[in-house]
Design a protein around this ligand. Structure first.
Ligand SMILES: Cc1cc2nc3c(=O)[nH]c(=O)nc-3n(C[C@H](O)[C@H](O)[C@H](O)COP(=O)(O)OP(=O)(O)OC[C@H]3O[C@@H](n4cnc5c(N)ncnc54)[C@H](O)[C@@H]3O)c2cc1C
Length: 389
């Protein structure tokens, strides 16, 4: 983790020498194989799928998946190290937060043995890329009103509908698709189905890659289902109507993954900005020597350190099986708002260079904005927390 310059070396309590070794492997992978190709990925709107295989070969995918399904047999702390190091490297092309932070988690927690054997080894080796589709063009916050419908037809399901803003949408081979299996029911009519998208099956179509203001190197896409036929056995866990409960149980982890990215991004921004302001001069002295710069950096350091300590508490709670929905919601909205504040203030200290995309702080600014939207908007997070007060 980038140290906060001048402050004692803080160390997350959940971290061991194993995590340090893993962090080094991840950092080397990103610096050698991924970030040098950042511009290429941003221009084409997606990463190179071969990099998933490379990450898999290094044992970096499915770190918390049991070994019998091809994973690393670790826990969420190992995934945390992966997401942190990816953020420190500056890469946002590989959709690991979704692939490893969400998709493998659902399959491990709820998949039938057959579903686990069919998909987890491939997701862990990087042969397969994972995605999850909940949001629809007509709305993402109000999940109970989703329109995508999987009609029973004999032993099959016939799916009609559309999803949008789907991370890894162009590269995905395995898709967890949220559908209504019973349109007369709200939450209890929702199911997740495991779709095998290899060779783009009939009735399934990928739409355009969406153009975003940030996260340029990661593919975000629309997906369409027109009489897409799939066996009923593809329902996650085998039983219909459990999708909403499964989502509610997994969402704390999804939100924690976002919070990990938020804190790591703040740490990186602060480190970059302290270094820049000590080097850049104005009026015959370093920009760092101006009281405004020093106060800004001190305030940012306070947000970064307190954010890290809160995050680590949430990670520990999650490892202990005690991270509740309101606390995860608090972490998601509070830490992503801190992230946007810190990065905005750091960017200002770069002056005009801060607005130029060749400077990492500019890309971090654009990338950060989505953090307040996906994984449940921050307004929805505040609702969830407020309900518990
Ligand atoms: C880069 C990116 C990647 C994404 N990746 C994925 C993905 O992989 N899979 C996926 O399924 N989705 C993904 N999403 C979609 C994301 O989760 C949704 O955009 C989000 O949940 C909000 O849904 P919406 O866009 O339909 O907004 P809406 O639900 O239409 O909301 C519009 C506004 O109204 C506010 N609002 C709505 N209801 C309330 C309320 N009750 N109280 C107060 N305010 C409210 C919202 O907070 C928001 O500000 C991604 C989005 C982005 C930007």
């Amino acid at each position: 983790m980038p140290a906060i310059p001048g402050l004692d070396g803080y160390r997350s309590r959940w971290r061991s020498a194993d995590h340090d070794a893993l962090a080094e492997t991840v950092a080397t992978f990103f610096s050698r194989e991924v970030t040098p190709r950042e511009q290429e990925f941003a221009a084409q709107g997606h990463t190179d799928r071969e990099l998933y295989r490379r990450a898999g070969a290094l044992g970096l995918l499915g770190l918390s998946v049991p070994e019998e399904y091809g994973g690393g047999g670790g826990d969420f702390s190992h995934e945390t190290v992966l997401f942190e190091q990816q953020t420190y490297s500056g890469d946002a092309s590989l959709g690991l937060a979704v692939h490893s932070g969400i998709v493998t988690g659902y399959l491990t927690a709820y998949g039938t043995d057959e579903q686990k054997r069919a998909y987890l080894p491939g997701l862990c080796s990087g042969e397969l890329v994972g995605a999850i589709a909940m949001t629809e063009p007509s709305g993402g916050s109000d999940l109970q009103s989703m329109r995508t419908w999987a009609r029973a037809d004999g032993d099959d399901l016939v799916v009609n509908g559309a999803k949008t803003f789907i991370t890894n949408g162009q590269l995905a081979d395995v898709l967890l698709l949220a559908v209504k299996t019973d349109r007369d029911q709200g939450a209890s009519g929702i199911s997740l189905i495991v779709c095998d998208l290899r060779d783009d099956p009939p009735g399934f179509r990928r739409g355009r890659t969406l153009h975003k203001i940030g996260l340029q190197a990661n593919d975000t896409a629309e997906l369409f289902f027109d009489d897409y036929r799939i066996p009923g056995s593809a329902i996650l866990g085998g039983l219909p109507g459990l999708g909403f409960v499964q989502m509610m149980q997994q969402l704390p982890q999804e939100r924690l993954v976002i919070a990990v990215g938020a804190v790591a991004a703040m740490e990186r921004a602060l480190e970059l900005t302290v270094a820049y302001t000590k080097e850049r001069t104005a009026f015959g002295k370093p920009v760092y020597a101006q009281q405004n710069t020093r106060f800004t950096l001190a305030e940012c350091a306070a947000l970064v350190r307190t954010g890290r300590i809160f995050l680590d508490d949430c990670v520990q709670r999650h490892l202990d099986g005690e991270l509740d929905l309101p606390t995860a919601a608090m972490a998601k909205f509070h830490l992503t708002e801190s992230q946007c504040t810190v990065i905005d203030r750091c960017l200002q200290l770069f002056g005009g260079y801060g607005y130029m995309t060749e400077y990492p702080i500019a890309r971090m600014y654009a990338d950060a904005r989505a953090q307040k939207i996906y994984g449940g908007t921050n307004e929805i997070m505040k609702e969830l927390l407020a309900r518990a007060l």
